[in-house]
Design a protein around this ligand. Sequence first.
Ligand code: SF4
Ligand code: SF4
Length: 392
Amino acid sequence: MAQCVIKPDLEFVRELQESGGDSLKKCYQCATCSVACPLAPANAPYPRKEMVWASWGLKDKLMGDADLWLCHNCGNCSDLCPRGAKPADMMSAARNVIYRDLVEPKSIGTLMSKPSGLPVLFAIPALLWLVIWAIRASIVGAWFPRTFDGRIVFGQIFYGDYTIDPIFMLTFFGALFIIGRGVVKLWGMFKPEGTLTVIGQKRCWLLHLWDVLWDEVITHKKFSDCEEGPNTGKTHYNRQFGHLLLVYSFCILAFVTAIVAGGHWIGKIWPVVSIETPMPLTFPVKLLANLGALMLLAGLAILTVRRWLQNNKNHGSSWHDWYLLGIIWAVALTGVLSQCFRLADCVVPAFMVYYLHLVFVWMLFAYLPWTKLGHFVYRTAALVYVRMYGRG
Ligand code: SF4
Ligand code: SF4
């Protein structure tokens, strides 16, 4: 008779429990959660199998599981679990543990996994921008300078050509490179589960990617599928709308940044397209930037209130959840406040808050591969993978 040897990784179970899956041992495998999940297909259901693997400590099975990344953390399964085993929290904890070690340097992943790592994560960009501030202040002759006509121009200290542009370009493309390696590694680990058939591979993966981007990013259709899922008796706090506001505001702000950077650099050789900063408030690009900032604040407010009001008996909020919300709040508030202080002609608070804004923006981009924003990329990769293996 064939034998199957199971090697439980008890350290992995402990890590899952510490990362938010503390109730996983309550599971008695009734499968209600897999029936309740509005996103799980009948031929490859989740999250019951993940609960079994997690409580047995089958790390390899979970690491090769594409379904883990398809979960949208709506919590329907946890609401209907008769044992209070919180399968949604366990799925989230498993993702957190896996992307902590997915890419190099792992030391950043370790720091990102707990609140005690935050001071170091903050200190790195705080020191970097402080050194730049000190060097530029010694050249300009003041820590809080004004232009010859009395205006506040942040570029006098944080000069775009030599500081902001090269540092953020390096940081952004460095993070993209790291997360790209993570995606390749994740794809290498995935193993088809259930009755997936290889029919979709005939289609180019780029076409699958477009379908996923349409469903996941442009329309956020999966979020409405979750909200229209089984009746769990709970109130929905419009998660889809909050996420959509956030995604579209990021797109607007990225577009504005590209226009300003393009205007600055192309304007050096073709002055007609040159854009001067700070831009007047009525300038179309500035209007668009402020619209993006308002949408960002509205989306953040909706998602924060929703998380605050959710039923803690069935759902927990992990450090990763609060870190991402917190860092986006910090970026948005310091961005808006630095503009307000500049317009109000308060030179010291304007430079101080702008300095903090640069620190938080750097943290947002540089640590992206280890945050829930990175999860968005990994989920896209997993969705393309399962579509390639025949799942619609
Ligand atoms: S997590 Fe809950 S609903 Fe899912 S199998 Fe376990 S006990 Fe049943
Ligand atoms: S949290 Fe939602 S999407 Fe994730 S497994 Fe549970 S029901 Fe499915």
